[in-house]
Write a protein that binds this ligand. Structure first.
Ligand code: CAA
Length: 240
């Protein structure tokens, strides 16, 4: 039977590429999104992949949303925590709101989603969880104390859960992309972006599909010996 995969933030950017890659790998995919109805409708029209709207920062919404997906498609075998936001500002200008919004989505959202699929995965003795971190969670980034903290937190979360899931057939891994040509990176001021590209040894931004390929690799049935790992895909910009 086809594996059921949930991809948060799965209708745009890297998430859309992941949703498509998992569908191509034979999964039944549900893509969640937080706000952009138009993009979600266009994505479903293009791919046939169903979309579901809720905020990953809201625990009860995650619980209800996952129950709905399970009633539509069946028990969740694969969770990809991809939804993420930036609220960049130098620390002396960063507001508590900018801090909390980013932590609530990028880190607490990962807890909220994972906590609601975990019991079922434990019961069925199978699960694949992949969280999309970032190069900036590994190296830090000027104006991203909030984002870098959330993305580094995702790595610690993963290494802990990998130990807890191992005996239950659940693998828990991270993919840490570098700068990829998505709306998030295109929102960085052009001059800054050009200087970032200059720091990438392969000489270009990544493609969403290059990140999706890592996720498809980690979520395959035969990837059961890989857990607690971080796959870094950043064009050589930073080595851990
Ligand atoms: N290192 C050191 N100094 C830097 C710097 C850097 N990387 N970037 C900016 N500065 C300096 C500026 O030169 C400026 O200095 P001066 O005051 O001496 O001229 C100062 O810091 C910036 O001050 P501003 O008052 O102009 O800052 P601002 O409040 O307008 O904020 C900014 C501007 C938000 C920092 C903007 O430059 C920006 O967005 N930078 C990009 C940050 C970034 O890389 N974000 C990553 C987004 S992509 C992503 O997150 C995806 C992923 O996972 C990879």
């Amino acid at each position: 039977m086809a594996r059921v995969a949930v991809v948060t933030g799965g209708s745009r950017g890297i998430g859309a590429a992941i949703s498509k890659a998992l569908k191509a790998a034979g999964c039944e995919v549900a893509a969640t999104y937080g706000g952009n109805d138009e993009a979600a409708a266009a994505f479903t029209k293009e791919t046939g992949i169903k979309t579901y709207k809720w905020s990953v920062g809201d625990y009860d919404a995650c619980k209800e949303g996952i129950a709905q997906i399970e009633s539509d498609l069946g028990p969740v075998d694969i969770l990809v925590n991809n939804a993420g936001i930036t609220r960049d500002a130098p620390f002396h200008k960063m507001t508590p709101q900018q801090w909390h919004e980013v932590i609530d989505t990028n880190l607490t959202g990962v807890f909220n989603m994972t906590h609601n699929v975990w019991p079922g995965m434990r019961e069925r003795k199978f699960g694949r969880i992949v969280t999309i971190s970032s190069i900036n969670g590994q190296k830090g980034q000027f104006a991203q104390a909030n984002y870098a903290a959330s993305k580094a937190g995702d790595i610690g979360f993963t290494k802990s859960l990998a130990q807890e899931g191992a005996r239950a057939g659940i693998t828990v891994n991270v993919v840490a992309p570098g700068y990829v040509g998505t709306d998030m990176v295109m929102a960085v001021p052009e001059k800054v972006r050009e200087s970032i590209i200059g720091q990438i040894p392969v000489g270009r931004l990544g493609e969403p599909e290059e990140i999706a390929r890592c996720v498809a690799f980690l979520t395959a049935d035969d990837a059961g010996f890989i857990t607690g790992s971080t796959i870094t895909a950043n064009g050589g910009q930073y080595f851990t």
